[in-house]
Design a protein around this ligand. Sequence first.
Ligand SMILES: [Zn+2]
Length: 377
Amino acid sequence: MTLKAISAPRIFDGERYHIDSALIWQDNKIINIIPIDDLNPEIGHQHYEDALISPGFIDLQVNGGGDVMLNSQTTPSAMQTICLAHRKHGTAYLLPTLISATPEKISRALKATQQALDDKVAGVLGLHLEGPWLNPIKKGAHDANLFYSPSIDELEQFPWPSKGKLLITAAIENLDQASLDWLHNREFTVSCGHSNAEIEQLTDDKLMLVSGFTHLFNAMSPFEGRAPGTVGAALKSDHAWCSIIADGIHVHPQSVLLAHKIKPAGKLLIVTDAMASVGSKTNQFELDGETIAVIDGKLVNSQGALAGAHIGMDESVANVIEWGISENEALKMASTYPAQAIQCDDLGFLKPGYRAAATILSSNYESLKVLVDGKVY
Ligand SMILES: [Zn+2]
């Protein structure tokens, strides 16, 4: 099998930088990183001037892209369109994300995920179900009529995929312990979100089964001195990661920096929560029969409520660096930490044996190319 390589003045492997080096891979596995001068001239390789090569970006929350919403087109080809749109922004892998939907549509999404994984659609890691097990008081742009607290019987009836990663955002206060145990035992990753919990409702038994918190600060009971809320639990739970939207609109940059200061290393990660408008020409789309449009860079519904974000991963990384987070930490927030959050043990680092996945960035952090499963796009 032939070896392939890309090279750049700087490669960040998830731990340290390699200067004037080449990343070598074979099929879908990284072989090594070596100085460009040591590269066998017989290995076909592409050099990127002034570029930085990072572990491939992973976005755990992507509702749409390229004019497609997963909620409107719940198919493997829609997932492929979404992956293509986000690849332009440096995303190597993502979890297509279904916003609260009927049990029938959830079943369609689960079957589409199985099909996409069987067909090896490049970039699809699994599925993120955001709801419908949410708190109506923190519904955001979701349709609260679809919300319920699932019984184990109801959970068992879904056609869960036999492979891939399942991330489930639920308001933990509305899930009973038995359902939470069931999800945990299936090895799904449970993240608390769209939650209006008082701290007393987030018991230690429940929090132990929660791996993360979805879009920290947004659609969750806020932190106050006498009422720590879901935000307080998210910041205090050292074992749990928090995803955060880094568009400068959903969360104030100072709040991002504060969360970064409080959370243990590796536990704050970037998601886009992007919608169909990313990679689109029209800048508006339908969700549950309602028009969502980009107005002044914000995605809003007819009531003016924020409805997802209009941003890619590369722009998010550039933002947090501009706000004061170091470059290597920003890159890890977009690659290493999301990989760890959903236990993708072969992603998040550019090291021998890991999957051949990388994001190639310009000197101002715009995505130039993305390596996914050994193929440069
Ligand atoms: Zn949400």
